[in-house]
Write a new protein. Structure first.
Length: 427
């Protein structure tokens, strides 16, 4: 006998969501998900866990966050890789990613910010104005950061509607910038200690660093298997795993990703894949892709290629580097946290040569036939950096297709035609 589905409406009402608008949003996601994910052949069995997580993304996981709060813990939201989840976790907080990947309430958003703001910012502001994001409504604090100008200014508006704290991120990576960033980490620790009512200790920080590193190590394992031809997993499934990393319970997620990695390693040993050997292989780089934004991967893979790596914040930038585990004092561990996080290759930094170097290294390592450079319209940092990426890729012999888009579905036909022509050229 199957259990009756749980009605989460009372929980959503308690969080202050607009129930009608939220029902409308929730009704759209399963169709989007089914069309992108459930139509795929030869998916690893372990992806069933991620199907379940997606089906409960506003249900069971939110209940877990609420239970955590009822037991005295805090929920801390963020929009960027530069917010160290190790510190949040060490202080008994749960870290949740708040970036949004769908168009919602743009009419309201465009009343308070320019129409030509990037889709990521418009999306999270729309989710807030329409009261449809239970993660945002459940957050005891939102930690913003001074990365791009759009986000910096959006946090001022968001701060009128939610508790927001902003860390100042340097724009360069010189030794003085690291020292400044380290002082900002201290300021963040003080704020989080105040909000959580707990104190950072060598024990709780070491444990959190280890747990988050384990999560990143599991993602490294899963992704390492993608270097094989045939690729043992689709790019869409691999992308989903990283997207879920921003929301899910850390130890459970690590265990489930390791399970998928076991399966992928067995596939590689047996020379079987999610797509046939010789399928055109594409590396995707660019701006982050938040749930439910699977648009570019979906277009590429439905056109007959496989995405083998993502140089994205919802990809390698999230899991490729670890916090050093050899420090014994709180200060030493915070130094290690500062070093690891400043080493992320975001286009908001100037200059940012590490990103192009990573793209070329990855394209070689994952035997990519071509590179798709994906930017969100009105995202100045990534759009301008595209020229540098394209030049470096072409010098290394990799063809590049630039895709500049947003979250709408209107350009799917036109993008599919361009991707098909690009894949044809790769042959
Ligand atoms: S692209 Fe830059 S600003 Fe955006 S999430 Fe990544 S690190 Fe943060
Ligand atoms: S996509 Fe670009 S413009 Fe938008 S928030 Fe990220 S860095 Fe800023």
């Amino acid at each position: 006998m199957s259990e009756a589905p749980v009605d989460y409406h009372p929980m959503w009402e308690e969080l202050g969501l607009d129930l009608d608008a939220h029902d409308m949003l929730l009704a759209a996601i399963p169709q989007l998900y089914a069309a992108a994910y459930l139509t795929q052949a030869k998916r690893p069995e372990g992806m069933a866990y991620f199907d379940f997580v997606m089906s409960e993304i506003h249900g069971l996981r939110i209940k877990e966050l609420r239970d955590h709060q009822a037991a005295g813990g805090k929920v801390i939201g963020s929009f960027c890789l530069y917010v160290p989840e190790e510190i949040i976790r060490a202080l008994g907080g749960l870290s949740v990613g708040l970036c949004a990947g769908a168009e919602f309430a743009y009419d309201e958003v465009e009343r308070i910010m320019p129409r030509n703001t990037c889709a990521l910012i418009k999306s999270f502001m729309g989710f807030k104005l329409a009261k449809v994001c239970p993660y945002l409504e459940a957050s005891d604090l939102v930690v913003g950061e001074t990365t791009c100008d759009g986000k910096k200014k959006a946090y001022e508006l968001l701060g009128e509607m939610a508790p927001v704290y902003v860390v100042e991120l340097p724009q360069m990576k010189n030794p003085g910038d690291l020292a400044f960033w380290r002082s900002e980490i201290d300021r963040l620790v003080a704020k989080l200690e105040e909000v959580t009512g707990r104190e950072l200790t060598a024990e709780n920080l070491a444990a959190a660093i280890k747990e988050v590193n384990d999560k990143r190590r599991a993602l490294q394992r899963l992704n390492a298997a993608r270097a094989a031809d045939p690729a043992p997993i689709s790019g869409k499934d691999a992308l989903l795993a990283v997207q879920v990393a921003f929301y899910d319970d850390v130890p459970r997620f690590t265990q489930m990703v390791n399970k998928v990695a076991d399966e992928l390693e067995a596939r590689v040993a047996a020379n079987t894949g999610a797509t046939p050997a010789g399928t055109p292989r594409v590396l995707v780089t660019g701006t982050p892709m938040a749930v439910p934004n699977w648009k570019v991967h979906d277009i590429i893979e439905k056109a007959g290629a496989v995405v083998v790596s993502e140089e994205l914040c919802t990809g390698r930038r999230y899991y490729s580097k670890l916090v050093a585990e050899d420090r014994t004092t709180v200060d030493g561990m915070l130094d290690a946290v500062a070093e690891k996080y400043l080493d992320i290759n975001c286009a908001c930094f100037t200059p940012n040569p590490g990103r192009a170097e990573d793209i070329i290294r990855l394209a070689k390592e994952y035997k990519a036939d071509g590179i798709v450079d994906y930017t969100l319209q009105s995202c100045g940092p990534y759009q301008i950096e595209s020229s540098l990426v394209e030049r470096a890729a072409q010098q290394a012999g990799f063809p590049v297709l630039r895709i500049d888009t947003d979250y709408s579905m209107e350009d799917i036909g036109q993008l599919s035609t361009r991707v098909e022509a690009f894949l044809e050229m790769l042959k």
